[in-house]
Write a protein that binds this ligand. Structure first.
Ligand SMILES: Nc1ncnc2c1ncn2[C@@H]1O[C@H](COP(=O)(O)OP(=O)(O)OP(=O)(O)O)[C@@H](O)[C@H]1O
Ligand SMILES: O=C(O)C1=C[C@@H](O)[C@@H](O)[C@H](O)C1
Ligand SMILES: [Mg+2]
Length: 181
């Protein structure tokens, strides 16, 4: 099934560090394209009926990562979805390969200087950030850039409104569909 999908049918996956806007922008893009939106973190939270921080505490990160892999594997083989994966999903090579093979992968690229302005919005709900100093988070931020280095399209989002980023993505998709499909 996966090889027969046209570019237009392929699902779209958003990747990037925690808090760059995968969920927020993914949701807007889905609305604009009349497609179903899937947020993998939220799907996992629904399945365990608890927030991610609780899942990490009770069942552990390893179980979270396995669930993340199986969910992404399922959804990425479906057509016409808009999928936001968790910030750590691309740590797993298998997830990277599945997404890059089956879907169109958009990397949301936000600079450290812009990202650190958002920290207060994120700290309570992202267990990976908790208990770390700003310097440690900065180190993690730069280390993680390596795992986001494979994608189909990179969108720089510094100083960009959600709506404008979503519009830009929709327009670039429409152009790609016209040219390649
Ligand atoms: N372009 C933007 N401008 C300003 N604020 C933004 C922008 N995009 C997202 N935000 C805000 O940043 C916060 C984090 O966004 P969001 O939850 O979408 O990130 P995420 O990439 O899905 O993170 P995670 O990987 O942890 O799920 C939210 O409060 C959101 O409103
Ligand atoms: O970057 C990470 O490792 C994570 C990001 C979030 O989206 C969640 O998937 C979880 O908090 C782990
Ligand atoms: Mg998210």
């Amino acid at each position: 099934m996966r090889n027969k999908m046209s570019l237009r049918e392929k699902s779209i996956v958003f990747i990037g560090f925690m808090g760059v806007g995968k969920t927020t922008i993914g949701e807007r893009v889905a609305k604009k394209l009349y497609r179903d939106f899937v947020d993998i973190d939220k799907e996992i939270e629904k399945e365990y009926n608890m927030p991610t921080s609780e899942i990490f505490k009770t069942v552990g990160e390893k179980v979270f990562r396995e669930k993340e892999k199986s969910m992404i594997s399922d959804y990425s083989q479906q057509s016409l979805k808009i999928i936001s994966v968790g910030g750590g999903a691309f740590l797993q090579e298998e997830i990277r390969n599945i997404c890059l093979t089956n879907c169109l992968v958009f990397f949301l690229d936000l600079s450290w200087d812009s990202w650190k302005e958002r920290i207060s919005l994120l700290i309570d709900s992202r267990p990976v950030l908790q208990g770390k100093t700003l310097e440690e988070i900065e180190t993690l931020f730069y280390e993680r850039q390596e795992i986001y280095s494979l994608y189909h399209s990179k969108i720089k989002t510094d100083n960009q409104e959600v709506e404008d980023v979503a519009d830009f993505i929709v327009e670039s998709l429409k152009t790609a569909w016209e040219i390649y499909d």
